[in-house]
Design a protein around this ligand. Structure first.
Ligand SMILES: N[C@@H](CCC(=O)N[C@@H](CS)C(=O)NCC(=O)O)C(=O)O
Length: 230
């Protein structure tokens, strides 16, 4: 690897999976650095110097560190247009709608995922965690309904062609169904998850995560990864 090889800071099963999938899709060399949450590495001085928010993903590029999935995905899509990660046409309105979709994933859906999967994270007293989870579930259902309707008419999030937004949606589905969200009301999204998981880049990202899990196990820090409900 050269000095300019991008480095992805990531952890298995997190939203960094979306960036990992994008890097696999691009088929250019990259390195990864595993951030062990169980060891508090995301709060270490060293990592906070990379991402002061203490979150993954972060991508060290040739010149800078980029944080926020949406921004990293946009950067990768622009830098490697041949990978067709996002339908970027150059037209401001069309591109803004792609950014809107990225915000929808990271700003609308992801916080609901966190509240549904880890409701206790939002509270100092765990007593209300079931209420936080129930409310998150209710809003998730509202937010997923139009996506399910869209997927009843088209194969992918944006029409007839896969984009990295499909990997984003698949990660969201993986997280919530792995934490007990009932898939029965959303067969279109469940079927989309199956399609998205067949993508070679998605499989490669999971293999990458499996290696990271082995590394964590060897350090006694393995997480039990959720399995999506069928
Ligand atoms: N808005 C950020 C959210 C990133 C984020 O919340 N990542 C989670 C993993 S899925 C994380 O690192 N959480 C650690 C923490 O918040 O302490 C993005 O889209 O990249």
């Amino acid at each position: 690897m050269t000095e300019t090889t991008p480095v992805l800071y990531f952890a298995p099963a997190t939203c960094a999976r979306v960036t990992l999938t994008a890097l696999e899709e691009i088929e250019q060399p990259f390195e990864t650095k595993l951030i062990a949450f169980m060891a508090g590495e995301h709060r270490s001085e060293e990592y906070l110097a990379i991402n002061p928010a203490g979150k993954v993903p972060a991508l060290q590029t040739e010149t800078d560190v980029l944080t926020q999935n949406g921004a990293i995905l946009f950067y990768l899509a622009r830098t490697y247009p041949e990978a067709n990660l996002l339908p970027l046409s150059g037209d401001p309105l069309t591109e803004a709608s792609v950014i809107s979709a990225l915000f929808r994933m990271s700003g609308d859906l992801h916080p609901l995922v966190t509240r549904f999967v880890l409701p206790g994270m939002m509270l100092s007293e765990p007593t209300a965690s079931s209420q936080v989870r129930a409310k998150a579930e209710e809003i998730l259902k509202l937010q997923l309904a139009p996506i399910a309707a869209q997927l009843s008419k088209q194969e992918w999030f944006v029409g007839d062609r896969w984009s990295i937004l499909d990997a984003y949606l698949a990660w969201i589905w993986f997280r919530i169904t792995g934490a007990g969200f009932d898939p029965a009301n959303f067969p279109e999204i469940a079927a989309h998850y199956e399609r998205a998981s067949e993508r070679p880049s998605a499989k490669a990202a999971l293999e990458h995560e499996a290696r990271a899990q082995e590394e964590l196990s060897a350090r006694g820090l393995a997480l039990v990864l959720p399995k999506p409900k069928q």
